[in-house]
Design a binder for this molecule. Structure first.
Ligand code: FAD
Length: 108
């Protein structure tokens, strides 16, 4: 199985990059497809205990994917990532800075 840390870094890069290029005004169809994508992603993520906990988190009140705009989706992904950060004892990321990190760009 893949290395959980390496897989995580690559996966968050993909997920945040998707939100960074998401439309400001997505069509209803794309919004629906995006929710399905996140739902399916949470089932296929190839770290099974990670996947199970992520599915449980998404089912909690207020944690369903918010996909009505780039800003909403980017914030939601940041919150999802922070939930994992907290769970594994990493520092929470300041979600006012998600766009600077993933769209307009800085290096880390
Ligand atoms: P990462 O957490 O991979 O982050 C990469 C970069 O993203 C950081 O350097 C930072 O610049 C930026 N960043 C950090 N937080 C945020 C944020 N909230 N919003 C936007 N940008 C941010 N690992 C486990 O050990 N157990 C688990 O249960 C687990 N579940 C996971 C579930 C999912 C869905 C995913 C995608 C990953 C999961 N991981 C899990 C992996 C874990 O989240 C990390 O990817 C891994 O530990 C490597 O951490 P890292 O310190 O390199 O940075």
């Amino acid at each position: 199985p893949p290395d959980v840390e390496q897989l995580g870094r690559s996966s968050w890069t993909l997920l945040h990059s998707i939100t960074a290029q998401y439309p400001e005004s997505p069509s209803p169809q794309l919004q629906s497809e995006t929710k399905t994508f996140m739902h399916t992603f949470s089932k296929l993520y190839p770290c099974w205990h990670c996947a199970t906990d992520f599915q449980t988190w998404m089912k909690k009140d207020g944690n369903a994917p918010r996909v009505s705009s780039r800003e909403e989706f980017g914030r939601w992904m940041c919150e999802a990532h922070n939930a994992v950060n907290v769970k594994i004892g990493k520092k929470e990321f300041d979600c006012t800075k998600w766009e600077e990190r993933w769209r307009t760009g800085w290096k880390d």
